[in-house]
Design a protein around this ligand. Structure first.
Ligand SMILES: NC(=O)c1ccc[n+]([C@@H]2O[C@H](COP(=O)([O-])OP(=O)(O)OC[C@H]3O[C@@H](n4cnc5c(N)ncnc54)[C@H](O)[C@@H]3O)[C@@H](O)[C@H]2O)c1
Length: 325
């Protein structure tokens, strides 16, 4: 298959591109590099630097190739920032997806895999969260993902465009070559590892009075290789139909458990400075992955927290300043 990967120079996209190339697919990446890194790109993929909202760039790309499928990782990713700058998030995450879908229609490409998010659920009424739980985003980032999800059935009914929306929980970990390098970094595991790397003195821990087993938030961490593998299964699935799937471990870990894991893996004390809760942080976000297992045939390789944190630690040790571009 020839697959167009939007955002293939980013964290999850770059690992997916590696798996697609290793499976024998031809891969074209378009990435604006607003959050990606050229050194994260697999050398065997074809790369265009550009924004999917640039009609001329997108038109040239689709005219020059016959794509069998498109995977869209492109977008802004910070929920907190989206509250301050909603227009920026809707412009990139929603309008960008519309431009992409319209190009797919023009060039008769019928298979689409979309990076959605746990953020479409907002504050869950109960855990584990299943796909039919209420969809009530609490920030423009989550709303932008839900708006795209809601457009997709209309493209299917009019144009026969099949889509698979994958709602990721907390992507984490690394492969030997690719790791997490967001600037700024808002995710817990890479921030914890800044301490043993000598880049920060302590970790700021927000909220120690949640109704959880140790008072800190519980999150569901899923290894980036397991996430990437689900995209290859979703591509197969999109040949016949459309669907929405949680990509989650199904097991939650508290912030303190993640810090303990990092202490074990790095053999460093990792001091913590405790602060108050941040607004909008739910106590517990853990999802059911039953549907993805049953319908996509997905299985999880990394179900141990230390294995996930250990893989991230190895990558950060070999890339102490992140990607060099
Ligand atoms: N990391 C997570 O835990 C997580 C969780 C849920 C959902 N997601 C979603 O998964 C996707 C990938 O996340 P990530 O952590 O790899 O983020 P990332 O920022 O590393 O990757 C996104 C990539 O998209 C590119 N991009 C952004 N806007 C673009 C545009 N208009 N045109 C072309 N390229 C553009 C960026 O340069 C970047 O390389 C995002 O859509 C994110 O919302 C991530």
């Amino acid at each position: 298959m020839r697959v167009l990967v939007v955002g293939g120079a980013g964290y999850i996209g770059s690992v997916t591109v590696d798996q697609l190339v290793a499976s024998g697919h031809a891969v074209t990446v378009i990435d604006s590099l607003v959050g990606g890194h050229t050194s994260a790109l697999n050398p065997e993929c074809e790369f265009t630097q550009g924004d999917i909202r640039d009609e001329a760039v997108l038109g040239r790309l689709f005219a020059a190739h016959t794509f069998d499928a498109v995977i869209n990782y492109g977008g802004y990713i910070q929920a907190g920032e989206s509250v301050q700058q909603p227009g920026r998030y809707f412009a990139n995450n929603v309008a960008g997806a519309i431009d992409l879908l319209n190009a797919m229609v023009t060039y008769d490409v019928k298979r689409f895999v979309f990076s959605s998010s746990a953020a479409v659920y907002g504050e869950p009424e109960s855990v584990p969260i299943a796909e039919d739980a209420p969809l009530r985003p609490v920030n423009p980032y989550g709303e932008s993902k839900l708006m795209v999800e809601r457009m997709l059935p209309w493209y299917e009914s009019r144009f026969g465009l099949h889509s698979v929306s994958l709602r990721y929980f907390n992507a984490a970990g690394a492969t030997e070559e690719r790791g997490e390098d967001h600037r700024p970094e808002t995710h817990l595991i890479p921030n914890v590892l800044q301490v043993p790397l000598g880049k920060s003195e302590s970790l700021a821990l927000y909220g120690t009075d949640y109704p959880t087993r140790d008072g800190t938030c519980v999150r569901d961490y899923i290894h980036v290789s397991d996430l990437a593998a689900a995209h290859l299964l979703a591509l197969d699935y999109s040949e016949k139909g459309s669907g929405v799937f949680n990509l989650a471990n199904g097991v939650g870990f508290t912030n303190r458990e993640v810090i303990e894991s990092a202490r074990r893996v790095t053999d460093h004390p990792i001091p913590v400075s405790e602060g108050p809760r941040r607004p909008g942080d739910p106590a517990e976000l853990v999802a059911s992955n039953e549907r993805a297992r049953a319908e996509l045939g997905w299985s999880i390789e990394f179900d141990e927290l230390d294995a996930i944190v250990g893989s991230a630690w190895r990558w950060h040790q070999s890339h102490p300043d992140g990607y060099q571009d």
